[in-house]
Ligand binder design. Structure first.
Ligand SMILES: NC(=O)c1ccc[n+]([C@@H]2O[C@H](COP(=O)([O-])OP(=O)(O)OC[C@H]3O[C@@H](n4cnc5c(N)ncnc54)[C@H](OP(=O)(O)O)[C@@H]3O)[C@@H](O)[C@H]2O)c1
Length: 286
């Protein structure tokens, strides 16, 4: 049995779909049965509960061979993830696959990567088998710019001329699904990127080509971006952490790519042009 967490979210949802397509028996720890109804339709067993609910965690982790650890960024993330690892160890789970970040290094001063690094260390010290899946910037982050791309032919981010090897969540999920169902992936770290290193001006160029209309990237000053983001993020910690992360990207912190997708999956990663093409209805005025 495989236990999924974060399965009503973006990456966990894609993992759930891909495992269900492979016919693998899965359980998911979810907070909201209504939101998780599509998972139940895929044949995934549901345990309703929060990471902070010890009884639900124990129920979710019983008789589990491998578990996937995915939580969104928050000030509580490290505490909740470490608690999950301790509960998995206590329940006799064999293997935990953690969704981490390529920026999670010992010397990072940025809160989100530092939190992932701390949890990676905790998992490595737990005695459990582990696999770290460490992605680059998600292409799906660009979906939050769909409104201005559609209405104004522009998107606004504070990344300067920084480049990323941005990755499609479907590839990240496919790597996780492979790690869970094939042998030889335990106690390894996989840095997942897309096929190209792209500045956000390059990203605008790819959008223009696929949409057949000019799309421009507007490099927002960090202070103005922070002011805009503050309207959407209630937590000061989260706001500072995201601004710090994006400053790191602007400074060139994500400017590398890997061949993980082709090594693990035996195929090329999804390109940004394919991503845009697959989301035409979201980005294009039809
Ligand atoms: N975005 C990027 O570019 C990027 C790059 C590298 C790494 N990452 C990492 O990716 C992770 C986020 O993945 P994602 O974007 O796929 O997540 P997401 O779409 O935000 O989904 C989060 C999931 O976690 C569940 N959840 C939240 N709090 C919970 C709790 N207390 N107990 C149980 N479940 C809980 C949510 O359930 P509900 O549906 O009930 O809310 C949802 O299923 C982060 O750790 C981030 O650092 C992101």
């Amino acid at each position: 049995m495989i236990l999924l967490t974060g399965a009503t979210g973006k990456t966990g949802g894609a993992v759930a779909t891909q495992l269900a397509e492979k016919g693998v028996a899965c359980r998911a720890l979810v907070r909201d049965a209504g939101k998780a109804a599509p998972l139940a339709e895929l044949g995934i067993e549901l345990v309703i509960g929060d990471f902070a609910d010890e009884a639900a965690l124990g129920q979710a982790l019983s008789d589990v061979d491998s578990a996937v650890l995915i939580l969104p960024n928050s000030e509580q993330q490290a505490t909740l993830e470490k608690r999950f690892i301790d509960a998995a160890s206590k329940a006799g789970v064999g293997h935990v696959v953690k969704l981490s970040s390529m920026e999670a290094t010992a010397d990072t001063g940025s809160p989100i990567p530092a939190m992932h690094y701390q949890v990676e260390c905790h998992l490595k010290e737990s005695g459990l088998d582990w696999t770290m899946v460490r992605p680059n910037f998600f292409m799906q982050n660009l979906l939050s710019s769909a409104g201005t791309i559609k209405e104004q032919g522009r998107f606004f981010l504070p990344m300067g001329d920084g480049k990323t090897g941005m990755s499609d969540i479907r590839d990240i999920a496919a790597v996780i699904a492979e790690v869970l169902t094939a042998t030889g992936h335990r106690n390894k770290s996989y840095e997942v990127t897309g096929p190209e290193l792209l500045s956000f001006h390059d990203v605008a160029g790819r959008f223009s080509e696929v949409l057949g209309t000019t799309v421009s990237y507007v490099d927002m000053p960090a202070d103005a971006y922070r002011e805009m983001l503050a309207k959407f993020l209630a937590s000061e910690w989260h706001l500072n952490a995201v601004c710090d992360l994006f400053a790191g990207i602007a400074a060139g912190g994500l400017e590398y790519k890997t061949d993980t997708v082709s090594q693990v999956l035996g195929r090329e990663p999804i390109s940004l042009s394919e991503f845009v093409q697959d989301h035409l209805a979201v980005f294009k005025n039809c």
